[in-house]
Ligand binder design. Sequence first.
Ligand SMILES: Cc1cc2nc3c(=O)[nH]c(=O)nc-3n(C[C@H](O)[C@H](O)[C@H](O)COP(=O)(O)O)c2cc1C
Length: 267
Amino acid sequence: MPIIGIDYDKCSTCGICITTCPRRLFKDEEGDKINFEDPNSMCIRCGHCIARCPEDAVLFEEMGESFEFEEINKSEEIIAFEDMYKFFQVHRSIRRYKKQKIPKEVIQKVFNAMQWAPTGRNMRSETFIIISDKEQLKALSNAIQEVLTNDKAWGWLYGERLANLAKEFEIPVYFDAPHLIIVSSQLSTPIGIQNIANIITYGRLAAHSLGLGTCWNGWTQAGIELNPKIRKLAHIRAKALGAFTIGYPDYTLYRTPPRRLKHVKGL
Ligand SMILES: Cc1cc2nc3c(=O)[nH]c(=O)nc-3n(C[C@H](O)[C@H](O)[C@H](O)COP(=O)(O)O)c2cc1C
C-alpha cells in the first residue's frame, strides 16, 4: 500500500487530507483522530494528501520522493506568463538535426520531465523506449515509408512527401534525427491516447528547455496501425503509441510562424 499511515506525533487533525483525497480514504469518525482506510486498494497514489499536509504527517512508501522548495505556491515566480508564452512561440517542430547524439544524462532529464505529466486516474502505466541505433532507425523508417506509401489514403497524403524526404535524408521518416522516443500504453482507449499526448508534450517542452529539438511523428503510429508487425522493429507490444524525434536542432528561427488566434465563444 502506498500510503502506510499517519504520524500521530505530527498530525494536528486539521482534516485537509480528508477533503483533499479524491477517493475520500481519510476518515475522522471519532472526531479526534484521522485514519487512513483503504480496504479495496482505491488509492490512486496521486500524493495530494502528502503534498497538502501542513505537518508532513502522511506516511508513504514506494511512491518516490516528495520535494519542498521556496516557490512551491508561486508558480508565476518559477515561470512568468510572458516567458512561458514566448517559449510556446519558439517551441516548434524541428525537422533538421545535427548528427551529434544527446548525452544520457541530458536524455534522462527529458524522461524525468515526462513522468510529471498527468495521466487518467494517475495510472502512469505508459512505457518509454528510446531508439538511438542508426540501423534500427533506418529499418523502422523504411518499413513505415513502405506501408504508408502503399496505403491508398496515406499514400495520397504522404507518398510523394516521403519520397522527396528520401532524396535528402538517409532516414527520411525521422529526418536523420539521432534518437526516436516512443511512448506506448496498453490502454488503447481515448484516455490512454490522451496520456501519451500529455507525456510527449511534457517531454518535448522539457527537451526544448535543454536546447534540444523535437518533432511529433504521427507516421510511426499510422504505419504501425497499418502493419502491426512493424511493432517488433519499434520494440513495443502495446497498441497505443506516440513517437517523437529528438536531437540537437540544426535550425534557426528568424521570427515565429504566424498563428491566427481564435475567437473564444463566450469570453
Ligand atoms: C499528433 C501529431 C502528429 C504529428 N506527426 C507528424 C509527422 O508524422 N511528421 C511531421 O513532419 N510532423 C508531424 N507533426 C508536426 C505537425 O506537422 C506540426 O506540429 C504542425 O505543422 C505545426 O508546426 P509546429 O509544431 O512547429 O507549430 C505532428 C504533430 C502532432 C501534434
